[in-house]
Design a binder for this molecule. Structure first.
Ligand code: SF4
Ligand code: SF4
Length: 185
């Protein structure tokens, strides 16, 4: 076959994996190669459920564990310069899975036993690394989903009601990725 008319192989151009295991794959469809300059002329999309594929589930967990390790090793230097004082709705405490360890639960549970705290304030964790068993429950307000411990203070701002005892994952949250900050400045 003449090289210039070979089909381009199918190549994956984008992968997106959400916390529920939905893997969206965008790929360049094989097209007839008429020039030496490759151009994407057609793309396709497939959506896979990672939990339906044992190999993908295992690899995704490994990838997340490795990525997490690198993220922890290379914290963002801008984190300390973020000022949340003017923030009203605290979107950082909404729509995330707030994963908690037994140590976090011990900090938060007060007089409750671990088991009672877990029943009252946690759900089973959605966690790719498999490290966490629980995440904090969420509930709804007029803005949307929020962490069970996010409450409105006397000034009308949403604030963490367990700030001093908040879980490690909240302490590690990278505020540099917060979109809210642009509207506050
Ligand atoms: S990190 Fe962002 S959303 Fe969270 S309190 Fe600060 S400004 Fe608000
Ligand atoms: S525990 Fe506090 S800081 Fe963490 S998500 Fe909930 S309200 Fe936000």
């Amino acid at each position: 076959m003449n090289k210039l008319t070979e089909l381009n192989g199918l190549s994956i151009s984008d992968l997106e994996l959400d916390q529920e295991g939905k893997l969206t794959v965008t790929f360049d469809l094989p097209v007839s190669q008429k020039s030496t300059h490759y151009a994407v002329s057609k793309q396709g999309t497939r959506v896979l459920d990672v939990y339906d594929h044992e190999d993908l589930e295992r690899l995704a967990k490994q990838l997340f564990a490795r990525v997490k390790k690198h993220v922890m090793e290379e914290p963002d230097e801008d984190m300390d310069s973020v000022n949340c004082d003017q923030c009203k709705e605290a979107t950082c405490c909404r729509e995330y899975n707030v994963l908690v360890t037994n140590e976090d639960i011990d900090q938060l549970r007060g007089a409750l036993s671990r088991v009672d705290f877990a029943k009252k304030y946690t759900d089973p964790a959605v966690d790719w690394t498999g490290e966490f068993k629980f995440q904090l429950k969420s509930n709804q307000d007029k803005v949307g989903d929020k962490c069970v411990f996010l409450k409105r203070d006397r000034t009308g701002r949403m604030r963490c009601s367990v700030y001093e005892q908040r879980p490690q994952i909240c302490r590690d949250f990278d505020m540099a990725i917060c979109d809210e900050l642009d509207s506050l400045n």
